[in-house]
Structure formats: C-alpha cells, structure tokens
Design a binder for this molecule. Structure first.
Ligand SMILES: NCc1ccc(-c2ccco2)nc1
Length: 329
C-alpha cells in the first residue's frame, strides 16, 4: 500500500507548506504543516479558545463517530522559533494521501501561541520526526508515519517541495521521475527525534566541493537553510550588496543581485541550490531589498536544511534503513 498527497506553499515566500489531512468519521479535512523536525500531530480544535481559533479550520472530536478520548493524556511543545501549543489527546482515523491509520493520536490544542493564532492558513502540524520526539505524557504516542510504516509497501516517505508550485509527500514508494539525478544515501541519526545527517562538504557558485563537513537536520517545517557563520559568510562574500540587517534579524541584499548557487555533498552526490532559491522575498511588499534564504544557525546550535535546501531536491526519508536519500531535481 502507498499514499500520495499534494503540498502547496502557504504564501509568495514559500514560508511553509500546506497538506490536507482527513481526520475522523465523517472526514474533517484540515490543512496541516508536515514537519520532519518534530513528532506530534496536533490540531486546532473545538477545545481551542474561540478567540484563538478564529479563522482556522478546526477538528471537533464530538462530531466524529470514531474519535476516542485518550484518558489522562496531555501534550506540550515549543518549537525552535519559540512558537508553542499544548492540550489533550484523542485517537481517531487519520488519512493522508489516501492511506488511513485507524487509530492515530490526534493532539487537540487547548492553548496555542500568538504565531499560530495569526497563521490562519494552517490548522496544526503533522510531525514526521522519530517517535522519541513525541511530547505526549504519561505515554508517548507514535507519529502517523510510524503507525503507517509497517503497512506501507516500503517503510519510507519522500518530500518533493517546490518554489511557488504544487509538490508532494509520497508514502511507501519512491517516484524517481521526480528527480533529475541519482539518489545519494547517507545514514540518518534519529536519536534526538530529528532526521540528522552529515553533508561531506560544500561550495559556492559551482566551485569544487570543499571537505568541510556540515552536520544538521532535514527539516520540512523550517523555511530557511540555517548553517554555521563561516559557511554563511563564505556565501555572502560573493554578494556585493549583502549586509546584516538588525531589524530583519538576518542578511539582506539588493533584490536585483544575481545570486550564486550553493552546493553540498551528500551520499556521494552533489545537491546544488540555484541562487534564485536563495533570494527568498522582499523584506516588505514592494521593497527592492530582499531577505536571504541562507542564514546563520549560530543562535540555534544546530544546522537546519530547511525548505530552501529541500526545494532543490527529492528527499527520501527511509525509516527502514535509517538513512536519508537526496537527489537533485
Ligand atoms: N518547525 C516547526 C514549526 C512549524 C511552523 C511554525 C509556525 C509558527 C507560527 C506559524 O507556523 N512553528 C514551528
């Protein structure tokens, strides 16, 4: 068995990617942010304060004949961007891309932070990280993918995110026609709940890859490519108008700049991010100053290959073999 779901950028800056998920009986369809960087499936619900839920599609367990309260269970999560949510837990049927898990932990939000309240295009997150990262207490719950894995044709999923176009999350199979180059595989470290891996080197503007390894995570739920300062500086030293903008909290440059590409080596292959994908968006509507898609990870303490990097590749999240596959597209 397999599943295949379309995913769409939420706005003109590809800030996040929205995938529709069916929950309960009859189906309640919610737009969720699929996040390989976390391991909770949580939703805005009938239990979310009305003022916070305004404008959001919500899940009502009382309207689902297959919903069951998970007695005594609660959850609470804080993300790298300092957003947060918490609440209680139900189990219900959850269908993604035509594949159903009959009893999935659906974490109902009784509290959500301002960033989520304001982001009305999503109704929650579907974590695709490792189960060790799940926050439900007293007993951690499995992710949708973990519950599905044993019934899927292969225990893996792929992410094909695109700039301003519809992409896909495929479960149980690899559609190699989505890629232009070979898939390079490298071991994945799931011990922290993330999909951790090591890139063997990098280069700017088509130069030869150096041998400075970069250890980080493949994170569909983070917009940017966040790397060490020495890498960020090596890149923007090639961008004449680049400067750190305190108010924007990042590197900005003239939108008219012809940005160099950024490449990294992984699993014996090379992934090249075209400069166009690193010109993320004007700092404000109509501005001729643009915000960089590559920024520093110094304040986070972990390197994050977020959507800016993932948009250049077909990425295979292979749980069965504990490995990540990257193919140029
Ligand atoms: N990296 C996980 C994640 C995803 C989305 C969000 C978010 C906050 C406000 C709107 O969206 N925060 C964290």
């Amino acid at each position: 068995q397999t599943g295949s779901a379309n995913t769409n950028p939420s706005d003109s800056a590809d800030d996040e990617y929205i995938t529709n998920v069916s929950i309960g009986t009859p189906a309640q369809v919610l737009p969720l942010d699929f996040d390989t960087g976390s391991s909770d499936l949580w939703v805005f619900s009938s239990e979310t304060p009305k003022s916070s839920a305004s404008g959001h599609v919500t899940y009502s367990p009382s309207k689902s004949s297959t919903a069951k309260k998970l007695s005594g269970a609660s959850w609470s999560i804080t993300y790298g961007d300092h957003s947060s949510s918490s609440g209680d837990v139900y189990t219900d049927k959850v269908t993604v891309g035509g594949f159903s898990v009959s009893s999935q932990a659906v974490e109902s939000a009784t509290k959500v932070s301002t960033q989520f309240v304001q982001d009305t295009v999503i109704s929650g997150l579907l974590g695709l990280g490792f189960d060790v990262g799940n926050t439900v207490k007293p007993r951690a719950q499995k992710t949708w993918f973990s519950n599905a894995a044993n019934s899927l044709a292969q225990p893996l999923f792929t992410a094909d995110l695109k700039h301003q176009q519809t992409g896909s999350y495929n479960f149980g199979f690899i559609d190699t026609t989505l890629a232009k180059g070979p898939i390079g595989y490298t071991p994945a470290d799931g011990s922290e709940g993330y999909w951790g891996f090591t890139a063997t080197g990098y280069s700017v503007g088509g130069a030869k890859l150096n041998r400075n390894s970069i250890t980080g995570i493949a994170d569909t739920g983070t917009t940017l490519l966040l790397l060490d300062d020495d890498v960020v500086n090596a890149y923007y030293n090639n961008v004449e108008s680049a400067q750190y903008d305190d108010s924007q909290q990042g590197v900005v440059f003239d939108c008219s700049e012809d940005l160099p590409s950024f490449s990294f080596g992984v699993g014996g292959t090379t992934i090249t991010i075209p400069g166009s994908l690193i010109n993320l968006t004007p700092v404000s509507d109509g501005s001729s100053t643009c915000f960089g898609g590559l920024q520093s990870s110094a304040d986070i303490g972990i390197n994050i290959f977020g959507d800016v990097a993932l948009k250049a590749a077909l990425v295979v999240f292979d749980l069965g073999n504990e490995r990540l596959g990257w193919a140029q597209k």
